[in-house]
Write a protein that binds this ligand. Structure first.
Ligand code: ASP
Length: 338
């Protein structure tokens, strides 16, 4: 499947930290999408290609964006080779696979689960939290209990492969989880999230975000992905945004909400994502070469864009013209870490 991908090489913007603060909007945004219309679905990373194709089945049949994003992100959640999302996700340092997810619809309804164990599809539980409870977020045992009451199967999620990786990690067990940066030689993929945004034929926007979080994180750690406004935000008047990378920094800056609010002011999605990345680094310049954070956004017209701190970030796009497009996102720092 992946050999059919078309790669749209968006020229990467290279900018030093000094240049970043001097001229925040120096880059042109000439290669980014211009009103491709809808229906459309976009999602983070290369595993977004297969996820989008699943979402497209709903969108192309005139279905609702909310149904599309739920169906779409269930693909990487179920993928036994994907160790950063869903059932085969790497565990925390105590050996527990704990999953985070949230979903948001065109009416501003939202639902979320965090640090949930033993349930393979957290996005579907998040949707039921939204639809069947007076709450927005359920965590830990409460989330698992709710899922079981709703008919979900309780299962052990730690796969033999994930257990092996965890036992390997335990040999050194450094307190801080090592964060992967995609372009670093030898970097192990120990975090990454699927964030998906869709606009249906009616022009309504929904989003979903799901992850197993940072591999070998502290037990009970929750990242940005299940937090509305941080890992995901949708405003049907404006657009939607989602994030991937080190969640603590996204939470600190309420990243996805920030991106949507910038689009409300007229920023193109890519420019809004860039501003959000720069906000993070302005506060913590020491992280500029040691972590990865990326945002992905779509506006009401279907224009989309992304921006990451480190290069290597890519996102998948699916609409009536292309079902398997993978776009390289621009980034602030192009050089590898020494
Ligand atoms: N944002 C996720 C988290 O912090 C991880 C990732 O997307 O890389 O849990």
């Amino acid at each position: 499947m992946f050999d059919r991908r078309k790669f749209l090489k968006v020229s990467a913007a290279s900018a030093s930290l000094a240049a970043l603060s001097r001229n925040a909007f120096a880059n042109t945004f000439d290669n980014v999408s211009k009103s491709p219309g809808f229906p459309i679905v976009i999602s983070t990373w290369n595993f977004g290609v297969a996820a989008n194709q699943e979402a497209w089945k709903t969108l192309s049949a005139g279905g609702r964006a909310l149904d599309a994003v739920e169906a779409g992100v269930k693909i990487p959640e179920a993928d036994m080779k994907n160790h950063t999302v869903g059932r085969a996700g790497y565990p925390d340092r105590n050996g527990h696979v704990t999953l985070d997810a949230c979903i948001m619809d065109e009416h501003g309804n939202c639902g979320s689960v965090a640090a949930m164990e033993n349930i393979a599809h957290p996005i579907s539980v998040a949707r039921l939290v939204m639809e069947k409870t007076p709450h927005i977020m359920l965590v830990g045992e409460g989330a698992t209990q709710f899922a079981i009451e709703q008919g979900f199967k309780k299962e052990e999620l730690l796969t033999p492969e994930s257990e092996k990786a965890w036992k390997e990690w335990l040999k050194t067990a450094k307190y801080s989880p090592v964060m992967n940066i995609e372009h670093m030689p030898g970097s192990k993929y120990n975090h990454d999230t699927i964030g998906m945004l869709a606009i249906d034929a009616q022009g309504n926007i929904s989003g979903a975000c799901t992850t197993s979080g940072m591999a070998f994180k502290m037990h009970g750690r929750v990242g940005d992905s299940p937090i509305i406004g941080a890992g995901l935000y949708v405003d049907n008047e404006v657009g939607g945004a989602t994030s991937t990378g080190v969640g603590e920094e996204v939470i600190r800056n309420v990243g996805s909400f920030l991106v949507v609010e910038l689009m409300r002011r007229g920023y193109h999605p890519e420019r809004a994502c860039k501003e959000a990345v720069e906000r993070i680094i302005k506060k913590k310049p020491e992280y500029s070469k040691t972590i990865q954070v990326g945002f992905l956004a779509i506006n009401k017209k279907g224009e989309h864009g992304a921006y990451a701190l480190q290069h290597g970030f890519e996102y998948a796009v699916c609409n009536s013209e292309t079902q398997d497009l993978l776009i390289k996102g621009k980034s602030a720092y192009e050089t590898s870490i020494g």
